[in-house]
Ligand binder design. Structure first.
Ligand code: NAP
Length: 254
């Protein structure tokens, strides 16, 4: 087994221009990681996260790429190789939801885009990471953390069963890839957030959902992006060295 302490400290966080991804990039810098900050639309927001990482004394680069595009993902990993050096960690955080709807109201273009970003994008990025960090490929080992959702367990009826199903795929992927890579120095885990106070809820047509949902959360409040990011950076760290193929709930008890 490679010594976790010798693992290169270069981390790629997808969808890191805001929300949970941005919080993860900042906390990872606190923990000593250099960070590649991926985004699709908001370059100014991504550059603000880069500035925060650099203010903590770590290197950072903003990389525009749509994780659903294989060409974009290949170019993104090449840039990280060239500008930050050998990868040691990946956070598959980029994810989208759709407008609140029943299944019989949804069109298939929505499903194709959701699976392309949430599932295909996670597979693509994980594949490129494994080719760099697995000992099978001459790499030094490292860690991958996927973003699931408590929707994978609850199913999100009447809201977004398509999104929930895409996160169910992430749970299964995490277990399978964790076992596939367990003897190759790569740990693969997922975090399953509950209702977290980020901009993603505006994309489902209900910006105030986090605070309106307090009654269904045993802790009576939504979580923060930082509270999810703390679990993610723990899973990236040597402190979780015997944890792989696991899904950790960060839900306030929901
Ligand atoms: P968010 O605030 O909407 O942020 C999404 C991030 O992903 C943005 O940085 C966005 O960048 C980026 N992104 C979107 N599509 C992308 C693509 N195709 N390629 C690359 N980047 C892309 O979301 P969040 O609430 O932080 O959620 C992060 C993850 O946690 C998602 O996987 C989500 O499903 C999961 N999650 C969230 C909650 C919650 O309540 N918030 C609960 C459970 C699970 P641009 O703005 O630059 O496009």
């Amino acid at each position: 087994m490679p010594n976790p302490a010798s693992t290169p400290r270069v981390l790629l966080v997808t969808g890191a221009s805001r929300g949970i991804g941005a919080a993860t990039a900042r906390l990872a810098a606190r923990d000593g990681w250099d960070v590649a900050v991926n985004y699709t639309r908001d370059e100014a927001a991504a550059q603000a996260v880069v500035a925060d990482v650099r203010a903590r004394g770590r290197r950072a680069v903003a990389v525009r790429a749509d994780v659903a595009s294989e060409a974009d993902v290949l170019a993104m990993f090449s840039r990280v190789d060239a500008e930050l050096g050998r990868l040691g960690g990946l956070v598959n955080n980029a994810g989208i939801v759709g407008m609140k709807a029943r299944l019989d109201e949804m069109d298939s273009a929505r499903w194709q885009r959701m699976l392309a970003v949430n599932v295909f994008g996670s597979w693509l990025c994980a594949r490129e990471a494994v080719r760099r960090i697995s000992t099978r490929h001459g790499g030094p080992g490292g860690a991958i953390v996927n973003l699931s959702s408590v929707a994978a367990v609850l199913g999100a009826p009447g809201m977004y069963t398509d999104y929930a199903s895409s996160k169910g795929a992430i749970d299964t992927f995490t277990v399978g890839l964790g076992r596939e890579l367990a003897a190759e120095g790569v740990r693969v885990n997922a975090v399953r957030p509950g209702i977290i106070d980020t901009d993603i809820h505006a994309d489902s047509g209900d910006r105030d959902r986090p605070h309106k949902s307090a009654d269904v959360i045993p802790m009576h409040r939504p979580g923060t992006a930082d509270e999810v990011a703390e679990a993610i950076v723990w899973l990236l760290s040597p402190a979780s060295s015997y944890v792989t193929g696991s899904v950790i709930e960060v839900t306030g008890g929901r």
